[in-house]
Design a protein around this ligand. Structure first.
Ligand SMILES: *Cc1c(COP(=O)(O)O)cnc(C)c1O
Length: 392
């Protein structure tokens, strides 16, 4: 039968994937997001969440969520342009506009969809999109969906970008970059990118999924860290599911940008609005994130302590001062072996393998949360000191 032959093709591909240590498996968590979790029936100390500020399970955020559900129910029932856009969503947009210091904000259901929406609403086949090689997959997919000509420059390399920009002609130009690179933890050279954008009449867009809440004054993100505003970076995308501990994403910018997205971003128009209760919860987590600077201070301390100790153990760290602290293993099988070794010691750190990262740069991706304690950190360092490093 034809179906069976097709399924055999899938099975063969899966087998091959397993043989090359690239098979991905889900774990089932039985507790809320927090350092010590119960996962697949075991108690594990985790260092792989993006809940950097420890807000995903915060009692005040949960309370706001519950009140939001009591007021608005569970589902929004429709897209934003029909009846799905509630006062809860609107209030969050206003709070985020205030937070980012921009005239308008538009909520999207996810960061993935926000990136697809921005590129497809702003660009068409006569335009050009420049992307850092290590940009998040959603930005790469956004480029493909937009049908603009996509050019990828070397990671954080402004000379590589400049060469590509100088070869360009006509049409609109968008430069898109992660603010903090999700698998490396380093920052994009935003001031230099902004200068290049300005001199080539290009838009600069920053996806600050890992910077919002974590970097800058009151957690205003990578732009605030560098002292850049809407003049230099007219398009800012941020997500709510990471440091803000809830779900969803937003785009912040000018009146014209936001109105264009409302009219034309298909990933905004043709999807159900997020639950209003999520917006209520996010307004509360945004309040905590901005006011409680100790969470960022705590992260900073953990990160520096970790780096000093890991360095003295000779671990191959990357140049990151954010809560994302990768340890490069090289091969996918080595990254997987390390991750399994840590798991046997009761510690969960994900192995990140191609195609998420380039071939030969598989790694452990350690992430910290303001809720990690000194003792948690010590347990991690102890376990890391026992890693079998013969092959590295
Ligand atoms: C997580 C992430 C996204 C996607 O955001 P979601 O809300 O999870 O869809 C986009 N860009 C970057 C850089 C990310 O890390």
């Amino acid at each position: 039968m034809v179906i069976d032959a097709n399924m055999q093709v899938l099975s063969n591909a899966l087998e091959k994937r397993r043989d090359s240590s690239l098979y991905r498996q889900r774990k089932v968590a039985e507790t809320a997001q927090q350092p010590e979790m119960r996962i697949d029936g075991r108690n594990l100390l985790t260092f792989c969440s993006n809940d950097y500020l420890g807000l995903a399970n915060h009692p005040d955020v949960i309370r706001a969520f519950q009140q939001g559900a009591a007021d608005y129910g569970t589902g929004s029932g429709a897209a934003h342009l029909i009846t799905g856009h509630t006062r809860a969503h609107h209030a969050l947009e206003e709070a985020l506009a205030d937070f980012t210091g921009r005239p308008r904000v538009l909520l999207f259901s996810t960061g993935y969809m926000a990136n697809l929406g921005i590129a497809s609403a702003l660009l068409d086949r006569n335009d050009r999109l420049y992307e850092d090689r290590l940009n998040h997959a959603s930005l790469i997919d956004a480029g493909q969906l937009s049908r603009a000509k996509m050019l990828r420059y070397q990671h954080a390399d402004t000379e590589s970008l400049q060469r590509l920009l100088e070869a360009g002609d006509g049409g609109k130009t968008l430069i898109a970059t992660d603010g903090v690179f999700s698998m490396d933890g380093d920052l994009a050279p935003l001031p230099q990118l902004a200068e290049l954008a300005q001199s080539h009449n290009a838009w600069l867009m920053v996806d600050d999924a890992h910077g919002i809440g974590v970097l800058g004054d009151q957690g205003r993100g990578a732009l605030s860290h560098f002292g850049l505003g809407a003049q230099e970076v007219p398009i800012l995308m941020g997500t709510l599911g990471k440091a803000l501990g809830t779900f969803g994403a937003f785009v912040a910018g000018s009146e014209a940008l936001i109105e264009t997205l409302i009219q034309q971003a298909r990933s905004y128009i043709y999807t159900t609005a997020p639950p209003p209760a999520i917006a209520e919860a996010t307004r509360e987590s945004l309040r905590i994130a901005t006011q409680e600077s100790w969470r960022r201070e705590r992260l900073k301390t953990l990160i520096e302590q970790f780096r000093v100790s890991a360095k003295s153990m000779g671990l191959p760290l990357m140049d990151s001062h954010t809560p994302i602290q990768p340890i490069v293993a090289g091969s996918a099988s080595q990254a997987l072996a390390w991750s399994q070794q840590l798991e046997e010691a009761g510690i969960l750190v994900s192995a990140i393998r191609p195609p998420t990262v380039p071939e030969g740069s598989a790694r452990l991706r350690i992430t910290f949360s303001a809720n990690h304690t000194e003792r948690h950190l010590q347990r991690l360092l102890d376990a890391l000191s026992y890693l079998n490093r013969d092959q590295v």
